[in-house]
Design a protein around this ligand. Structure first.
Ligand code: NAP
Length: 522
């Protein structure tokens, strides 16, 4: 099987042999990905000339209906996608649910936003400002669709969610998407786009897919285009410093690696429900998708007197997890996505050992269910302890993209807040704390450094959506090390694809503009 690209309204194969992708449980090659010979500038130009006018002519409600129709296509083919996610990403059912149902849910949420914005094509912010002594000269901010394309480059770990969360905001804003999935897991994105194209629910030029290296796409970006990139910090650096990006200044959003953290407050003591909830979340971080989530907990700060108990509780839970082939329903943890990711994770763990000691894991799993360790990309869930976090650097700065996290002691909650900030800015932080006053004080200190804050107390209990789970209603992105990007975040997710202009003029002009627009506080 060789994956084709959907460009300029046709499925097109590359002219080379391509890059293979495999089943990470067995190492078996499943197919290849190749875009050699494809003219990247032509791909983007088709989307600009066909997709831009087609989508911008629609109302928000009509675009919302397209998102709903895409979600319906994905729901109808859901079982097939779960099989692909298992074969190509080594996903268990839970893993695949996060990727596939997460995508469907996000599309539906943005479909509802479209409905709520109704028959408008532009947005006006509430209220106007009087700029002259007499109320004859006013200003009001208006948001209009940018006449460019959205280039969306995704990481391997969310071939479904990464694709559709980016398409959701672009399409609702009226901007065509050119999506490039990561090569090693492109099969799922390819299959989904094939089904959506076959269903004819997106106007011509509204959605293109490049399966392959994506060579030349960045160079073809123009001023009204945008680049939304998700992947490693190294790739982000090389892409964002490309000549076309610097010269043409398309909008750029980067979602890069992130050294996320959890803080277990002193009142979440061993034996308490809150302590158990924190342990549960760390166990999830070390097992779901074999730890390959960008928002995953990488560092856990625990009050010094509770540190040993916390490490023992997590290790005890991990010992019960069946690892192996997700085809076996009893298996709760699958492999990493391929052998190179396995090697990178093991090497990363070895680097962490210079500052931390392994409590459990740290190598290949001792036993596997239905899988051969010599063929599969398995890594044992690994918990380390770093007893001097204030002197450590690697543990705060290096992301091991696998089932790996490090617990560290703190003396005061302020110290924990400062240690969390040593990650240089992250996507997500969770705080397990019962005292509302301490929660609020800690959140205020944490907020500038972390894109999303999950605060769990006894009232929230098990009702939260999880540390790692991105909700379409909430900001996804983080400052500094996390890339500085911002995706989703409810209606505000549209801002990246729209231009905010201050219109200064007469009250009647502003009234005329408002008559045709939806009012929203973007
Ligand atoms: P990666 O190696 O940086 O690749 C990311 C994407 O960039 C892939 O689609 C890759 O294509 C593409 N790419 C590389 N060079 C390119 C070029 N010159 N032109 C166009 N595209 C190019 O990252 P990854 O290994 O897939 O993903 C793992 C990383 O992503 C981790 O660090 C993780 O933390 C991060 N991540 C972050 C988030 C977030 O939301 N913040 C979410 C998920 C993952 P090929 O696959 O064809 O090489």
């Amino acid at each position: 099987m060789k994956l084709e690209s959907y460009i300029a309204g046709h499925w097109t194969a590359g002219s080379g042999d391509g890059r293979p992708f495999c089943n990470p449980v067995t190492g078996e090659i499943l197919g290849s990905v190749d875009d050699s010979g494809i003219d990247a500038a032509r791909v983007l130009e088709h989307a600009r000339t066909q997709g831009c006018p087609a989508l911008s002519a629609l109302t928000f409600a009509e675009r919302g209906e397209i998102l709903k129709a895409i979600a319906d296509v994905l729901v109808a083919n859901r079982d097939k996608y779960f099989t692909i996610a298992r074969l190509n990403s080594g996903n268990t059912k839970t893993d695949a649910t996060i990727d596939i149902d997460g995508a469907i849910g996000t599309l539906k949420v943005f479909a509802r936003y479209g409905k709520s914005l109704g028959a408008a094509k532009a947005i006006v912010e509430p209220g106007s400002e009087q700029l002259a002594k007499e109320p004859v000269f006013l200003a009001r901010h208006i948001w209009t669709t940018r006449p460019g394309i959205a280039l969306q480059i995704n990481a391997f770990n969310f071939p479904s969610w990464g694709l559709w969360e980016k398409v959701s905001t672009a399409l609702l804003a009226g901007v065509p998407s050119v999506a490039k999935p990561a090569s090693v897991t492109a099969w799922l994105a390819h299959e989904m786009v094939r089904d959506v194209v076959a269903a004819k629910v997106v106007p011509p030029g509204g959605l293109s897919l490049v399966c392959g290296s994506g060579k030349g796409l960045i160079d073809a970006l123009r001023p009204m285009d945008s680049l939304a990139f998700t992947g490693s910090a190294d790739t982000a650096l090389s892409l964002r410093s490309g000549a076309a990006i610097l010269r043409n200044a398309p909008r750029v959003s980067i979602e890069a690696d992130s050294i996320n953290a959890s803080i277990v407050a002193p009142d979440a003591a061993p034996g308490s429900a809150l302590f158990a909830l924190a342990v549960r979340e760390v166990v999830k971080a070390l097992t779901i998708k074999a730890g390959q989530l960008c928002t995953n907990i990488r560092r856990i700060f625990v009050e010094k007197r509770h540190l040993t108990a916390f490490g023992e509780a997590v290790a005890a839970e991990l010992a019960t997890i069946a690892i192996g082939d997700p085809a076996d329903a009893a298996v709760r943890m699958g492999p990493l996505v391929d052998a190179s990711q396995q090697a990178a994770a093991l090497e990363g763990i070895n680097r962490l050992r210079q500052e931390a000691d392994v409590i459990c894991g740290g190598e290949h799993p001792g036993s596997l269910q239905g899988a051969d360790a010599s063929k599969g990309a398995f890594v044992a869930p690994t918990l380390l302890v770093c007893s001097r976090p204030e002197e450590a650097t690697t543990v705060h700065e290096m992301e091991v993209f696998g089932p790996c996290a490090t617990i560290m002691p703190y003396q005061t909650i302020d110290e924990a807040v400062a240690l969390a900030a040593r990650g240089g800015g992250s996507l997500a932080l969770s705080l397990f704390c019962a005292d509302p006053k301490l929660q609020a004080q800690t959140v205020r200190g944490l907020a500038p450094w972390h894109g999303r804050l999950l605060v769990v107390d006894d009232e929230v209990g098990k009702n939260h959506t999880g540390h790692a789970i991105v909700m379409p209603q909430c900001v996804h992105g983080g400052p500094g090390h996390a890339g500085g990007g911002e995706e989703l975040g409810g209606l505000r997710g549209l801002r990246f694809h729209m231009q905010r202009s201050a219109v200064q003029g007469s009250p009647s002009l502003l009234q005329e503009l408002a008559n045709d627009a939806a009012e929203a506080g973007l």
